[in-house]
Design a protein around this ligand. Structure first.
Ligand code: 1HN
Length: 358
């Protein structure tokens, strides 16, 4: 059985103080805290951010703060488990909701963190990434990979709101988070041509087999394509088994970005699904419909556009109580990062690295 380790109180005070003066600490009083037996200490709390709470506050930000004074007009979804000021939804994932008003521009910049947008409401906004103009329609996923210039604009009539996800906690934690200001981009692709190049799964431009011009061939994943794929899977997926699709890079077959993974879930009317318990932390966002999420025993009702955090290894059960409409959820996780570290595991499938005792 585990031995109890020595504490600071066991040490002569003058010894401990002299260690501190030299920027030294004994490991043993803190070892179990940073390296617990059996299961990790998790800061992430299962927390729900209701759109009904976010939206009015974001619209108020639109009145209070001009875009020039914000650069990006965003309210950050902070998980209290990390302290709000750390702006973390999970250990590696930052989530915000961003508002752009008609005729506003959010100026061009590029940075080391990876980012994505998931459009929540409003029509007429667009993002320009590396000169490609990407329309933003409800439910669309738009990538802004690290180092690519990006800016947002809005030529419609109503406020547009989207969800931002970044690997900011990771990149900031590595002391490599920084940005560069740019000038407004020349649009080199007015018509989102990458959508035409990769309009169907399994079919790619022939030339892409021998000459890859970019690491990120597809920057926008329209919601209607994702929904179509989920609806195709619906009749061939056994009841209770998650109808679940992953977003991938159509040239490499790998996840879209190195650190964050994206997927979409469909729940049939009345269906309850149980997710695998996995090492990845995640954020779920309701694109259509609502339901109840049971995360590590915490029951949280959600409606369309609500967002919730899921800790590592959490037990997750999601229920769609509606007897008539399906529910669709978008999921962001850090599985790609954990896979690269050789640490992505699913409890009970033999992939455990260090004998977890859940
Ligand atoms: C950023 O660049 C955007 O480009 C949004 O819209 C949110 C949060 C932190 C750091 C950079 C954007 C961001 C961000």
């Amino acid at each position: 059985m585990s031995k109890s380790l020595g504490t600071v109180a066991d040490l002569p005070p003058d010894y401990y103080e002299s260690l501190l003066r030299h920027n030294l600490l004994p490991l043993w009083p803190s070892l179990r805290a940073v390296l617990p037996y059996g299961r990790p200490a998790r800061k992430t709390r299962p927390v729900m951010w209701r759109y009904a709470d976010v939206r009015p506050n974001l619209l108020r930000a639109g009145e209070l703060t001009p875009i020039e004074k914000a650069e990006r007009r965003v309210l950050v979804l902070c998980n209290p488990g990390f302290g709000l000021e750390n702006m973390q939804a999970t250990p590696s994932i930052y989530i915000g909701m961003q508002l752009i008003l008609p005729n506003e521009v959010a100026a061009s910049h590029r940075h080391t963190p990876s980012a994505i947008r998931l459009v929540i409401e409003g029509e007429g906004a667009y993002t320009i990434v590396s000169g490609e103009k990407l329309p933003m329609e409800q439910g669309d996923l738009i990538l802004t990979p690290p180092g690519l210039w990006h800016e947002h604009g809005h030529s419609g009539h109503d406020p547009v709101i989207w969800l931002d996800a970044l690997d900011l906690p990771l990149i900031y934690g590595l002391d490599i988070s920084h940005a560069q200001e740019g000038v407004s981009q020349q649009i080199t692709d007015e018509h989102n041509l990458s959508a035409a190049r990769y309009s169907q799964g399994g079919i790619v431009p022939y030339a892409s087999l021998h000459s890859r011009t970019t690491q990120f061939p597809l920057l926008r994943y329209p919601w209607r394509s994702v929904k179509r794929s989920l609806l195709e899977l619906e009749p061939i997926t056994p009841a209770g088994e998650p109808i679940h699709v992953a977003y991938i890079n159509p040239q490499s077959g790998a996840e879209c970005l190195a650190s964050m993974g994206f997927s979409a879930l469909m729940l049939r009317p009345g269906e309850t699904i149980k997710m695998h318990r996995r090492s990845a932390s995640a954020v779920f966002h309701a694109v259509e419909g609502g339901g109840t999420a049971l995360v590590d025993g915490e029951s949280m009702a959600f409606d369309v556009a609500d967002t919730f955090a899921v800790p590592t290894y959490a037990q997750v059960q999601i229920e769609n109580q509606s007897s008539t409409r399906p529910a669709f959820l978008f999921v962001i996780d850090d599985a790609p990062l954990q896979r690269k570290l050789g640490l992505y595991t699913v409890l009970g499938d033999g992939s455990e690295v260090a004998g977890a005792t859940w």
